[in-house]
Design a protein around this ligand. Sequence first.
Ligand code: ZN
Length: 451
Amino acid sequence: MKNISRLGQEFGQYLIQLTAELFLGKGEPRSLSEMERNIRAMLLKAGQFLLSSWLELHESSTPTETVPCPHCEAQAGYQFRRAGTLLTLVGQIEYKRAYYLCAACQQGHYPLDQKLGLRPGQMSAELENLSGMTGAQLPFGQGSQLFEALTLITLSDHSVAKATQAMGTEVQALEAEWMAQSQDGDWLQEQQRLAERPQRLYGALDAAKVHIRGQKEHAWRDLKVGAWFSTTAEPPQSPEDEWDIQATDISYYCDIQEAQQFGALLWATGCQRHAELAQELIFLGDGADWIWRLVQEHYPEAVQIVDWFHATEYIAPVAKAAFEDEDRRQAWITRVRTDLWNGALEAVIAAFEHLTDHPRASEPATKAVTYFTNNRHRMNYPEYRAKGYQIGSGTIESGCKQIVTQRLKVAGAIWEHDNAIKTAKARAALLSDQWDLIAARREHLPLPLAV
Ligand SMILES: [Zn+2]
């Protein structure tokens, strides 16, 4: 092994060379910015030197003649040193490492790659982590531009997309583990013994449309989003109060799936949050049927609350169709909203029923009657407020907006089905503070054995 002080001397020599290039090289920098750029480029070169040296330090100059073959039980024999390329956060690195071939199974391998988790010809785990994070935040084209501007590492749109989707794939793998646990009776019993029971946990469900490429025609598909969170904030005491529910410990999950399959993910993520053990479990959602069917199936004891804002959305369109006079219209809206706030559902439904024969308001009024009748047991707002429950699902609404609207509903974007899911899952992990966990799993993935 090369000795460190000699390596230090070599690095010193290289720094002298780089410094000379920087100060005496072609053309004096004309501005601070130009000098900053030059120094950054120099630092990358210094980084490449150190990274290559570090890899070399791991390689013995006289490799052992044989090592155990990872493909079979036999011994693999040393062949020669072979060059490899790594794409890293300090740029592209060439390195050399010993190559072994097994006579028994005819397969080769690189002990150094195995030992350090190197991915020759591919992005390093760290580069993948940061470029994947960029792609989870921005459209891939914009992400690739910003990434290059910030790191001086050039990555194509495609590479940023690939990194982001690799993280999404890892989220899927983690979710598959959670699903297996959530179906395992022993695991669930163990949780019951060990877990701290959450006092009050909230669940929320929603969906938003994503444009998906089809074989014949493109289609808008529902991307379902769920959130778990807790909060100690008091609910608003009047509709005009502060609605920020100050949710903490938010975890998002999402998928493009039928409700039944999505239910398995709801249950699996819930098990991670010990939802089934919560002393109070409260679900918020709009009036969508699939939401309440899933809640009923998996958490029959949970309190079901129709989000206040979704409920009130039914009022204005009816008023607009029914009353031309502005004052009468406003008076009607205020009355119905107040009744709804006070839990007077009979009065709310009656107000709409009154207008079901109205020539212009009939259609929205009839819709509203159905909606409020079907969901009346989820709109006991005075009782929820008295118990300190939140009644507006701001958290999941903003989750849907942040995951779907901000990132996946890019103008003109039509997504491949699987890529949309993976990108959404990567973004959900980022918004749930699970990014580092996912990145660490990617870093420690077992490598495919080289042949
Ligand atoms: Zn072998």
